[in-house]
Design a protein around this ligand. Structure first.
Ligand code: DOR
Length: 434
């Protein structure tokens, strides 16, 4: 592969404490030089990108996406989902295992990661923690780890039994990867389709309580403490898409105690409340559900004070005919890869004053560290040349009709975004041009 030069940009690389004008040289898919403006002018590159007025940052990383392949390719494929990822500035995504069939064996994992799936960006996967995500028998962590697993999760089906979750945390600690848990005590949420509260009351819908999320987070933290005390292991619990102030408070306390807990917050949970459901709008239906303003504010606060480790989209494509049903019948989930950066910049940067560097860290260095993605998440010398170029000041409106995803189930159609992606470069290849 030949050289690529990115000149005159504002390079923000939080992992290396850089925020300033730099030129970047990419060679053979890797970062070959980061220099003061002009220092690379004698290099004859095959392509030169003029990044004047643009931010040049490590490619974004999403630890939580649903790509629907195998089994539900009418919603999304690995090729279409990762094309949407590239358009959103992402260079790595981690696929959840709730495909059909569930990704719970080496053969399935290898099939997903195969080049024949035509991923536009780097694809990683977290296979199921238990066979079929049934919460009973652990999958083969060692074999799956050797085949590329970057963590384990039963995703939408949390591991409920204490002894199974304990065994999963122990096995994951031995394999040196996280257990990523969707925190919902599903024994308390049967028949619920949104957040419990005034809006659910008005709509006549059954609601999921704060308790259902917090109980699993609190139980998992207790297990971490027990395992550290008795097994001499230090398991890593990653809590997915935290949506309630109470669960976030439990995570804050666990971090203070020194336990290895990380968590993610989804853009919709720091942007919207359950009021967005309006008159039964299924595009505002997801799990965990949109909560009340105090919870939304707590998610923002957690991103500002560092309790939340990263932003993850929970990109969950569904077909139009599935969302165009009665609210209680429609599936949970919204697409998110093309709107994540625009919402983060609008809400966290412009409205809340969080620095660009922090937002980029929440979307690159931090998720790389959580999932142990070596050589990614920063523009260090020799690292993969995973880069996003964006115009931080440009205001635009999201048009779901133009999505590269196969699905359009988003509450953000027409919503205001800040920061337009101009180019996404994955391992030195330009995979998207805006
Ligand atoms: O909103 C959601 N969608 N939450 C989940 O837990 C699963 C996901 C999906 O796969 O559609």
């Amino acid at each position: 592969m030949s050289d690529l030069l990115i000149l005159n940009g504002r390079l923000i690389d939080p992992a290396n404490g850089i925020d300033g004008e730099r030129d970047l040289l990419v060679r053979d898919g890797r970062v070959a030089a980061v220099e003061a403006p002009g220092a690379l002018k004698n290099i004859a590159a095959a392509e030169t990108i003029d990044a004047t007025g643009q931010v040049v940052a490590p490619g974004l990383i999403d630890v939580h996406v649903h790509l629907r392949e195998p089994g539900q390719t009418y919603k999304e494929t690995i090729a279409t989902g990762t094309a949407a990822a590239a358009a959103g500035g992402f260079t790595s995504v981690i696929a959840m295992p709730n495909t059909v069939p569930v990704n719970d064996t080496v053969a399935k994992l290898e099939w997903m990661l195969d080049a024949a799936r035509r991923s536009a960006v780097k694809l990683f996967a977290m296979p199921a923690a238990t066979l079929g995500s049934m919460g009973v028998t652990l999958t083969d962590f060692e074999a799956l780890r050797a085949a590329g697993a970057v963590g384990f999760t039963d995703d939408g089906k949390p591991v409920l039994e204490d002894h199974v979750m304990r065994a999963a945390l122990v096995a994951a600690a031995r394999a040196e990867v996280p257990i990523s848990q969707h925190a919902e005590d599903t024994r308390l949420t049967g028949g619920c389709s949104m957040n419990a509260g005034q809006v659910a009351f008005r709509l006549g819908l059954r609601g999921m309580t704060v308790e259902a999320e917090a109980r699993i987070v609190e139980r998992d933290i207790r297990l971490l403490r027990e395992i550290e005390a008795t097994e001499g292991l230090r398991p890593h619990l990653h809590v997915q898409h935290v949506s309630t102030a109470r669960a976030m408070e439990a995570i804050r306390a666990a971090k203070r105690e020194g336990l290895h807990v990380t968590c993610e917050v989804a853009p919709h949970h720091f942007t919207l409340t359950d009021e967005a459901i309006g008159d039964y709008d299924t595009h505002a239906k997801m799990n965990p559900p949109l909560r009340v303003e105090a919870d939304r504010a707590a998610m923002v606060a957690s991103l500002l004070d560092g309790t939340a480790d990263c932003i993850a989209t929970d990109h969950a494509p569904h077909a139009a005919h599935e969302k165009e049903q009665e609210f209680e019948r429609a599936p949970n989930g919204i697409t998110g890869l093309e709107t994540s950066l625009g919402l983060a910049l609008r809400v966290l940067h412009r409205e809340q004053g969080l620095s660009l560097s922090r937002i980029i860290a929440l979307m690159s260095a931090a998720p790389a560290a959580i999932a142990g993605l070596a050589g990614r998440g920063s523009l260090s010398m020799g690292h993969f040349a995973d880069v996003v170029l964006f115009d931080a000041g440009s205001e635009w409106r999201y048009d779901a009709a133009k999505t590269l995803s196969r699905s359009r189930n988003t509450p953000f159609d027409g919503a205001e975004m800040l920061g337009k992606v101009r180019a996404t470069i994955c391992e030195g290849r330009v995979v998207y041009r805006g």
